[in-house]
Design a protein around this ligand. Structure first.
Ligand code: NAD
Length: 497
C-alpha cells in the first residue's frame, strides 16, 4: 500500500487551514488508471486537502485467485478512512466471481447511489437541452442480493428481496436530498402492478414517507412508462428514486442522453462509509489510448469534496470544469463539429480544467455548494413486530412429467391438520384446479397447501406434510411458509387463480 499526500496549494484554496481528510484511492481497471490520474491532478492543483492511501482491487486481484477481487489490506484501508474514490473495475462475466462493486456497496452498507445527470446544452450535443435529473438508486437489495439457485433441470431462480428498513432509508434519503438541495419534486418508479408485494412495499413507503415532506411534489410511475418518459421528456423530472435494478439501468440511460455516459459521477452513501465513482464501467475498448473522458470520475470527486465539507474546493473544480466544457475543449465521446472547438485526450482535458481553476462559467449556471449540507444523516423507524400466523405452505417440486392433473392426483388425498392442496402453479400460472391446456409447463411446480379459513397450524404439521410428500417419491426442492401477518394474507395468489 502506498501513501501519498496531495499537496495543498495555498494560492488556490484555504487548504492550508483545512485538515487533510484520509481517503482510499483505487485506480481500477481498463480506463481507470488514466481517468484517476487526470482526476487526482485536478484535485491536487485545486488544493484539495486529502491524505491518500492507495489500494489494489479488481482484475489483478481476481487473476491472483481472490474471487472477491479485494484483499485484507484493502479492507483495512477502507475501515481506516471510511472514504473511497474508486475508478471503474472490470467484472469478469459469469463464473464464480462476484462483482466487487456490488460487494463493496453491500458490505459497507452504502445504501444510496446518487447520480446527477445534467445537460450542458448548447456546449454538449444532446437531444434534451433542458435536463437536470438526480437519480437516487437503492443500492443494497432487490435482485442484487445475488441469491440464485438452479432448482430443476429447467429452472433457475434469483431472489428479489425488498426490506422495509432498506426501502425507508433510500426513500428518506431521496426526500432529504430534495429538501437540502432545494429540489421541487421526487418521483418514484416501481413495477407494483406486477410485483405487488416487493415493489408494492417500495411504493407504499414512498407514499408514507413522502407525506412528511408536504413542500415537495410527489409522483409515481410504473417503471416502463416512467423509463419511456425519462428518455423522451427528461425535463419533466427532478429527483427520481428507484429500486436497485431499475436505477442501475435508468441512470445509464439518463447519463447517456445528456451527451455521454462519460459525463456522470455518482456517490454511494452509507451510515459511516462513502464511495465515489463514475457511473460508467472500465471501457476496455478504449483503455490505454488516452481518449477516455475523465469527467465522470472528476465530478464524483467533486461530490466527495462536498460530502467531506471541502465545498470551496468542490465549487472551484466544478466551475472550472463547466468553463472547460463551455470553451469547447472536449474529449472524443462528446466532441461534435459545430459545438466543440478542440478535441483533447484524457490528460490534456485535465490540463484544460487545471488552467481554468478560479474561472467561472460564462453561460452555464455556476455551481454553489453550501458547507455543512453534504453529509445527510438518515433516521428510520424501528421495526414493529407483527402477529404472524402460519396458515399453509408452498411446496416446490422438481417433476419432469408435464401433467398437472396427474401430479395433483398424487397430492389431493393428503390432509394434515386441515392442510390440503389448494392450487398448483407452474412458473406462477395456475394449472390446477383451473388450468388451460395451452399453458406451457416446465419441470418446476408450486403446490400450495392451505388450511380452509384463517386457522393457524404448527410448523410440525407442515413438516409432517413434507414427510408424506417425500415418502411418495416426489422431489421437494424448496418450501415457502404462508403467513397471515396481523390477520392479513402475506402471499400472492397464482396468476389465473
Ligand atoms: P462501459 O461503461 O465500460 O462502456 C460502455 C461504452 O461507453 C463503451 O463504448 C465505452 O468506450 C464508453 N465509455 C465508458 N466510459 C467512457 C468514458 N469515460 N469516456 C468515453 N467513453 C466511455 O460499460 P461495459 O462495456 O458494459 O462494461 C465494461 C466493464 O466495466 C465490465 O467488466 C463491467 O462489469 C464493468 N463495469 C464496472 C462498473 C464500476 O466499476 N462501477 C460499472 C459498470 C460496468
Amino acid at each position: 500500500m502506498s501513501t501519498a499526500t496531495v499537496a495543498a496549494n495555498p494560492t488556490l484554496t484555504n487548504a492550508s487551514t483545512t485538515p487533510a481528510v484520509k481517503v482510499t484511492i483505487a485506480r481500477g481497471d481498463g480506463i481507470g488508471p488514466e481517468i484517476m490520474d487526470a482526476t487526482l491532478r485536478v484535485l491536487c492543483a485545486a488544493g484539495a486537502a486529502l491524505d491518500m492511501e492507495e489500494i489494489q482491487i479488481g482484475e489483478q486481484v481476481y487473476l491472483k485467485g481472490n474471487s472477491a477481487g479485494i484483499g485484507t489490506e484493502a479492507w483495512e484501508s477502507l475501515r481506516r478512512t471510511k472514504l473511497l474514490l474508486k475508478a471503474p473495475i472490470t467484472t469478469p462475466q459469469g463464473g464464480g466471481v462476484k462483482s466487487i462493486n456490488v460487494t463493496m456497496r453491500k458490505v459497507l452498507g452504502l445504501y444510496a447511489n446518487v447520480r446527477p445527470c445534467v445537460s450542458y446544452h448548447p456546449f454538449v450535443h444532446t437531444k434534451h437541452p433542458i435536463m437536470d435529473v438526480v437519480i437516487v438508486r437503492e443500492n443494497e437489495e432487490d435482485l442484487y442480493a445475488g441469491i440464485e439457485h438452479q432448482q430443476t433441470d429447467e429452472v433457475i431462480q434469483c431472489l428479489k428481496l425488498i426490506s422495509r428498513p432498506g426501502t425507508e432509508k433510500i426513500i428518506r434519503y431521496a426526500f432529504e436530498y430534495a429538501r437540502t438541495y432545494g429540489r421541487k419534486k421526487v418521483t418514484c418508479f416501481t413495477k407494483d402492478n406486477i410485483m405487488k408485494m416487493t415493489d408494492g412495499l417500495f411504493h407504499k413507503v414512498f407514499d408514507e414517507v413522502g407525506a412528511e415532506y408536504p413542500e415537495i411534489k410527489k409522483e409515481h410511475y410504473i417503471v416502463d412508462i416512467g423509463a419511456a418518459r425519462l428518455a423522451n421528456t427528461p425535463e419533466k423530472f427532478d429527483v427520481i428514486v428507484m429500486p436497485n435494478l431499475y436505477g442501475d439501468i435508468l441512470s445509464d440511460v439518463a447519463a447517456e442522453i445528456t451527451g455521454s455516459v462519460g459525463l456522470a459521477g455518482s456517490a454511494n452513501i452509507g451510515g459511516d462509509f462513502a464511495m465515489f465513482e463514475a457511473i460508467h464501467g472500465s471501457a476496455p475498448d478504449i483503455a490505454g489510448k488516452d481518449i477516455a473522458n475523465p469527467s465522470g470520475l472528476l465530478l464524483a470527486a467533486v461530490q466527495m469534496l462536498v460530502h467531506i465539507g471541502q465545498t470551496h474546493t468542490a465549487e472551484k473544480i466544478h466551475n472550472a470544469w463547466l468553463r472547460t466544457i463551455e470553451d469547447g475543449v472536449h474529449t472524443t465521446d462528446v466532441y461534435a463539429t459545430g459545438t466543440s472547438k478542440e478535441k483533447v485526450g484524457t490528460s490534456a482535458f485535465a490540463d484544460a480544467v487545471i488552467a481554468r481553476l478560479g474561472l467561472m462559467p460564462a453561460t452555464l449556471p455556476a455551481v454553489r455548494y453550501e458547507s455543512g449540507k453534504g453529509n445527510l444523516k438518515i433516521q428510520i423507524a424501528p421495526t414493529v413486530q407483527a402477529k404472524k400466523e402460519l396458515v399453509g405452505i408452498d411446496v416446490f417440486l422438481h417433476h419432469a412429467d408435464r401433467n398437472a392433473d396427474a401430479l395433483a392426483a398424487q397430492l389431493t388425498d393428503l390432509n394434515i391438520a386441515g392442510l390440503h392442496l389448494n392450487m398448483i402453479t407452474n412458473r406462477g400460472t395456475s394449472v390446477w384446479p383451473n388450468g388451460f391446456p395451452e399453458t406451457f409447463c416446465t419441470d418446476h411446480w408450486r403446490c400450495r397447501f392451505k388450511t380452509d379459513g384463517l386457522t393457524g397450524i404448527s410448523y410440525q404439521a407442515a413438516v409432517d406434510l413434507l414427510q408424506k410428500i417425500h415418502l411418495r417419491g416426489l422431489n421437494i426442492i424448496k418450501t415457502e411458509n404462508l403467513y397471515l401477518i396481523n390477520g392479513k394474507p402475506s402471499f400472492t395468489a397464482g396468476q389465473g387463480q
